[in-house]
Design a protein around this ligand. Sequence first.
Ligand code: ATP
Ligand code: MG
Length: 329
Amino acid sequence: MTRSSVLARESLGPTVTVGEILVEIMATTIGAGFLDPQPLVGPFPSGAPAIFIDQVARIGGAAGIVAAVGDDDFGVLNVGRLRADGVDVSAIATVSGKPTGSAFVRYRPDGARDFVFNIAHSAAGDTRMTEAARALIGRAGHVHVMGSAFAIPGIAAILVEAVAMVKARGGSVSFDPNIRKELVQSGEGQRLVDDMLAATDLLLPSGDELLVAAGAATEAAAIERLLGLGVGEIVLKRGAEGSSHFSTAFGRIDCPAFRVEEIDPTGAGDCFGAAYLTCRRAGLPPAAALLYANAAGARTVTKQGPMEGVSSKAELDLFIAAAGREVFP
Ligand code: ATP
Ligand code: MG
């Protein structure tokens, strides 16, 4: 018998992630970098794991994050936002003597981005498996692994332990590889990715990440290899081209994107993944989860600021209806 879902039901416990919290400060003009004084806007709450977990909570899932912020306004701003949106913030440590992470970003005319990051040496670099973190993970039903968090010393080990703890109690794992080619070029990076794939129930790659993760030359070969490895569901994000679901149980399901004006693409993939996962954990079939996820991604890109476009279920229902589409056609 095929199981209708490889993802643990909501009743097993919250969705938990581990990773960086930061503020984003954005240039208001298009151009290259930060070599001249220029107008900026921010701080906006950010960090891929933080955006993801905020969207899980906003759409109605139980959610928690293991992270660290500094004893400063940027930390207060982030923790306040997450708490207000319903995220369990009990495992966010406040580290004295280090600032909250930050990223300055400016868009170039072709859409490429220049960054100035302070993450690895910020409080995020001091993320630890504290008592509070172990308590949160100990009652989690699902752990989401954000590939970007691997870049931060110490976080990979917490993620590996979290995956083992959650799997041991019958929970499930999702993985957004966010892989940079430079990471998998090191043997250790490739091994981390392979180990994570072996435990992954839901893989959420975008673009080339699918090929890099699978070590395959074509989309079809990558899907075949990953499903063969035991990955239960693969959901491929295709930006303004929409997305596709692949699984042995349901085959291939394509979902076209919603047509919107893109103001700021940051966070689309995180909100998409959070909406898909939370709908599946709530028992929705893949086609319906995919439609909600596409709607969540589309709404995100219409707002400036990475976490400003997160959506409630009611907002997504309205958005889907306004576009003339149906969750259960
Ligand atoms: P990120 O930039 O956050 O890393 P990503 O590359 O992981 O994102 P994308 O494929 O860019 O993920 O976006 C995720 C989903 O959001 C897409 O599959 C699509 O459903 C929606 N989306 C993204 N950009 C647009 C757009 N311009 N118009 C409509 N929908 C979009
Ligand atoms: Mg993208």
